[in-house]
Ligand binder design. Sequence first.
Ligand SMILES: NC(=O)c1ccc[n+]([C@@H]2O[C@H](COP(=O)([O-])OP(=O)(O)OC[C@H]3O[C@@H](n4cnc5c(N)ncnc54)[C@H](O)[C@@H]3O)[C@@H](O)[C@H]2O)c1
Length: 507
Amino acid sequence: MEIAKVAVVGLGTMGAGIAEVFARAGIGVVAIEADVAALNRGIGLLDASLSRAVSRGRLTAAEQAEIRGRVRPAADFGELAAADLAIEVVPERMEVKRQIFAELDRACRPDAILATNTSSLSVTAIAAASEHPGRVIGMHFFNPAPVMRLVEVVSTVVSGDGVADTVSALARRLGKTPVQVSDRAGFIANALLLPYLNHAVHLLETSYATGPDIDLAATAGVGLPMGPLALLDLIGLDTALSIMEVLHGEFGLPRYAPAPLLRRLADAGRTGRKAGRGIYQYGGSPGGADPHGGNGPDAATPDSVTLIGAGDDLEEDLASAMAAAGITVTANAADPSDLVLVAADAWRPVLPASLAAGRPQDTVGLHLTGKLGAGRLAEIVQTGVSSAAAVAAGTALAGKLGFTTVRAPDRPGFLVAALLYPHLADAVRMVQDGYATAADIDTAMTLGCGYPKGPFELIDAAGAAAVLAGLAAMHEGYGYPEFAPPPLLAEHAAAGITFGAAPRPAR
Ligand SMILES: NC(=O)c1ccc[n+]([C@@H]2O[C@H](COP(=O)([O-])OP(=O)(O)OC[C@H]3O[C@@H](n4cnc5c(N)ncnc54)[C@H](O)[C@@H]3O)[C@@H](O)[C@H]2O)c1
């Protein structure tokens, strides 16, 4: 079926963008809103977006006029008879969605496809409100719709043959990349992203690390475009909480239980950027407010360091970098020095080496996370007996050597892997469950969430065996079921094979 004309119902944040995407692809759009004022507001959003594209030189004035000419505001549902597909983009409330679908049933041709852009409601339950549930499908765009390349095409158990393929072909015409999935809470992208964000809140509320350090671990340590806490503030803590509740309701696992701090902040109206305050504070407050404080005052770089390492390349590189920076380096724990530095491995605690050196209060670990991602990030590992002065000196030293630093407790995975590996395990479990392929998951996370590399590219880069060992250490250390290494990961590690996610289309 060729889709020549579409109807977009609801021209809010997403609907205005979706209408723009269709019109840019040469498809006629009938736009419906709740009332005239909302329609004018929605068309205003569309016009502003097109004008921005013109002012940035991405569109000519003639193209703008042509695109705009394809969008026809409609007074009511009576004008939908010509639409081959109608997409509902109204607020995320089941009763509103069901009412819209009943209207669409009456107004649209019997062969028209009815799509919903819902992020977290059951497409099946929405379809049940239609007289013809076989033609109802999820067509889930990402924000901002004109920019993000992913469309999740969601079939239900009652979807008609060929509907998902027709909608996928349409998504491709729009310049998007579709992934086809069945109707399960969160589909691919939100089901992986939100628990990871929730986990970051959990690390914050348990004082595992500071907010800025958690965000730096994701950006400088993994190469993600934004830290999880800053991203939560952008998404809205209320929205994130309601998606977590849906995921928890569907899967029931502890990993999906909303972090208490997420719920408390949302309850308090600290919903993120839109409220001026969420995890961080926005506007007028210098440096933002981290509920758990910053890293404390800067300390002087130590003049002399005792370096304890495994006698490997890392130890040698560190020693020569310190010497080049004019720092006296000794490998003998008996020699006096300002700081004892243990060149750390993420899966071995620093404390035993620190105790063996005889000055545990003067000792911190330094862990470089190069293998996991793009940045040169150093984790300053604080044992239970490291003094605040030693942590400050270690941080200053790593800064002098050119590293971005975060502070982490002496626990399995320190900070970067403790944040990332459970997320990677979720992705593996999604493949193990037969819900999506590794390639589709990488596509969803790169094109829908802006990851530079998908979870399986990250696993393949680190090695399945390394991720497995890390998760096993976390599982042993904490006993939380969400850290249990998925059997599929163990199989890949044992067989020495990669997930080999197929190459993605160019971004
Ligand atoms: N905002 C996001 O980042 C995002 C991303 C992906 C999917 N979604 C999903 O898209 C949908 C819309 O979200 P949004 O953020 O655009 O919401 P929004 O509140 O910005 O827009 C909803 C629009 O629907 C209109 N509306 C309400 N009742 C209507 C009716 N009876 N008839 C016609 N229009 C009506 C409202 O006037 C409003 O303009 C939700 O299902 C949401 O889960 C949102």
